[in-house]
Design a binder for this molecule. Sequence first.
Ligand SMILES: O=C(CO)[C@@H](O)[C@H](O)COP(=O)(O)O
Length: 226
Amino acid sequence: MRALLGAIERIRSEVCALHAELTRNGLVVWTAGNVSGRVPGHELMVIKPSGVSYDDLRPELMVVTDLFGTPASGEWGNPALAPSSDTAAHAYVYRHMPEVGGVVHTHSTYATAWAARGEPIPCVLTMMGDEFGGEIPVGPFALIGDDSIGQGIVATLQSSTSPAVLMKNHGPFTIGKDARAAVKAAVMCEEVAKTVHVSRQLGEPAAIDPALIDALYARYQNVYGQ
Ligand SMILES: O=C(CO)[C@@H](O)[C@H](O)COP(=O)(O)O
């Protein structure tokens, strides 16, 4: 029990702090975006409360739910606050993608503009080869509130190297081995959405040979960094 409480406390702190990265990187307005993290080794996740200002978020306000999005009761529960409206979508991803430890949703401007067009972002930048290993795909239109969005995310990302999907007419959802990796993918997704858009104002961006994209992806995923 003590180990579980420690794990929940750690993920609550991490998830809370990562919301500040959404604002710092200009990925969200008002309360329109959320981060969650899986509690490793347990059928639990932690997500922000719905509609609470990012300035007011504190670790103890992060909501613990099971992997169906039902708020947990007991010592670590926080029944006073409703979890994010996207909780069922995050939970569905955790149930169906056991390798995923973090999920992020934003309405960042450029990525959401591509989502509004229902157009995948083509892999025309080395940064995209590195982080996404190919295009950033589009997922189906889905209503908010139940696990329809989660179904669309999983169906799209299970057959892609990309940790980001542009849910049609909605915005980007990203995944990662933990919440920090999912936030990084959200930052990168917005950056490349912007750059490819700007590039297209100048003309048609040059394609990268798929074999070179594979090489970029392999190096960045396996060699890059410390
Ligand atoms: O996508 C949506 C609504 O379009 C949601 O992501 C909200 O914009 C954020 O909701 P909470 O996480 O505060 O419930």
